[in-house]
Design a protein around this ligand. Structure first.
Ligand code: BYC
Length: 470
């Protein structure tokens, strides 16, 4: 079978011999990486998976039982608009680029490689989770997320191969060589080197870390480099399921926690084998503070360059803004200078990472509000909170200083005194991990999480989402 048959695509792969050859060389290495670093086990089992087969919003995917190594990792770009222009920055009004402008080659490659690197990283981080899923429904969700991150890697590798020649091919190889958490060859962004070995972490990861993906991909989908815009637009279609998995996963744990707390004579969800709300809060504190780092420094000349060149826009640049120059405008930024909080006027272009982070924080705040609604409906007196963005930072302006959950400056000693109250301890992790035993009977679910409101693809919760071949 030729690669163009096994890879569903709308980039006319079969007629581009050079690209096809490059991808044909890369594919066995990808499969080898998948077997070595993808889900540990389960490669012979049949998973009820969604596969992207088109970009038509009405029917872009099919559902069927697939063994993961046989998944058809396709390459899709949303349809080309021949009339599209660069919509922002100093090149505004130029025809959108179909090839990489020579002078932008370096920074564009860097953006694409950074984006690409997160995809295999997340699969590596989630490698062991198949062993402890709370239900077949959740096991399927995990594998769906994993294969789609694999497809997103393909999407970026396609761009590297098609538009960056030998440099691109080398970068594509390197993407399969770096390893999450490996001190010698780590993944590029720190969050993608964190351990994700319990399911509360998985749901926090898909809630908070994947949500960075939503905003970064949205910013890239505005790009004047048209193939990048079109690739990321389609990635966002798949991404929404990942975010749904995280947001509803936490909601289901919160709900179960409330139910168990109410059942217990001392109001202790842990005594009933659940994850208590204060523990969930610690996980939120950890994963949110790790994910906010992913937006880069508050004041960033890189971000200004990405915008000026027309490679990376603001969130919903075309739809939301009237002025697409962002010149002469000021962002009133909270700053921490000389040990004090204050504010400083920063040229907007230099504040674009912070502006995107604002959008992200607002979206996370909405989700926390929803979880609190669940708690209230259960009649439990507790509120989850998003920590302030200054809390527990190791990059950017707030790195090196200490802040409490509300973002007030404190001494390092105070932070250390409260660390076990605010962030997961080894004992918390041990406890949460102790609950992670697999539940793989149809229609059954682990005690620490509520079932989902509905199943996938119109199927009920007790559908056989995974058929084990052993
Ligand atoms: N860790 O000007 P600065 C996703 C580096 S997630 C390590 O402050 P900049 C997904 C930076 O590279 C979305 N290093 O920041 C989610 C620079 O290095 P150099 C991924 C970091 O460049 C779940 C230096 O610090 N996509 O899709 O404006 C599952 C100063 O940089 C970090 C993207 O990120 C960090 N956290 O912004 C699967 C989009 N932050 O120049 C998938 C592409 C900064 O000193 N990337 N640095 O060597 C970008 O747009 C930008 O690279 C960043 C950083 C927003 C990440």
């Amino acid at each position: 079978m030729s690669l163009s048959d096994s890879i569903p695509n709308n980039v006319d792969l079969s007629s581009d011999r050079k690209l096809l050859r490059a991808l044909e060389k890369w594919q066995p290495n990808f499969i080898q990486w998948w077997m070595d670093m993808g889900p540990d086990g389960y490669q012979e089992d049949e998973i009820y998976l969604r596969t992207a087969v088109d970009v038509d919003p009405k029917g872009w995917a099919t559902y069927e039982y697939v063994k993961m190594p046989d998944y058809r990792w396709g390459i899709f770009l949303t349809p080309r608009d021949e009339q599209r222009f660069v919509n922002f920055g100093d090149n505004k009004g130029a025809k959108a680029w179909e090839e990489v402008p020579g002078e932008l080659r370096g920074i564009l490659r860097r953006i694409i490689v950074t984006q690409a690197d997160t995809e295999p990283a997340s699969v590596e981080q989630q490698r062991q989770l198949g062993k402890t899923a709370p239900s077949l429904y959740d096991l399927r969700s995990l594998f769906q997320v994993n294969v789609e991150e694999g497809r997103h890697l393909w999407a970026m590798v396609h761009l590297l191969h098609q538009y960056f020649g030998r440099d691109g091919r080398e970068e594509a190889e390197a993407l399969l060589e770096r390893r999450s958490g490996d001190p010698d060859k780590p993944r590029i962004l720190q969050t993608f080197n964190e351990k994700t070995d319990d399911w509360l972490s998985f749901f926090c990861f898909t809630m908070f870390t994947d949500r960075d993906g939503k905003f970064q991909l949205a910013a890239l989908s505005e790009s004047g480099f048209d193939p990048l815009a079109r690739a990321t637009q389609f990635m966002l279609t798949e991404e929404s399921f990942h975010l749904f998995t995280g947001e509803t996963g936490i909601e289901r744990i919160v709900q179960r926690s409330c139910e168990l707390q109410k059942q217990d004579p001392n109001g202790d969800a842990r005594a009933q084998g659940g994850i208590d709300l204060p523990t969930i809060q610690k996980w939120i504190n950890f994963w949110f503070s790790s994910a906010v780092e992913l937006f880069g420094g508050e004041i960033s000349s890189n971000a200004a360059d990405y915008f000026a060149t027309g490679l990376k826009g603001r969130y919903r640049e075309a739809a939301k803004y009237d002025d697409h120059d962002a010149l002469g405008e000021i962002y009133d930024m909270e700053v921490f200078e000389d040990g004090k909080l204050g504010s400083r006027e920063v040229p907007l272009r230099n504040a674009l990472n912070e502006l995107l982070r604002d959008e992200y924080v607002a979206d996370c705040t909405r989700a926390v509000r929803k979880w609190n609604h669940t708690i209230k409906k259960q009649g439990v007196d507790f509120q989850l909170k998003l920590p302030n963005r200054r809390f527990n930072r190791s990059m950017g302006m707030y790195a090196g200083a200490s802040f409490d959950l509300e973002g007030n400056p404190i001494t390092e000693e105070e932070f250390e005194k409260n660390r076990t109250k605010w962030l997961p301890t080894a004992a918390d992790r041990e406890y949460v991990c102790s609950l992670m035993t697999p539940v793989y009977e149809r229609g059954q679910i682990a005690n620490w999480i509520a079932p989902p409101k509905k199943g996938v693809d119109g199927k009920p919760f007790d559908f056989e989402y995974v058929k084990f071949n052993r």
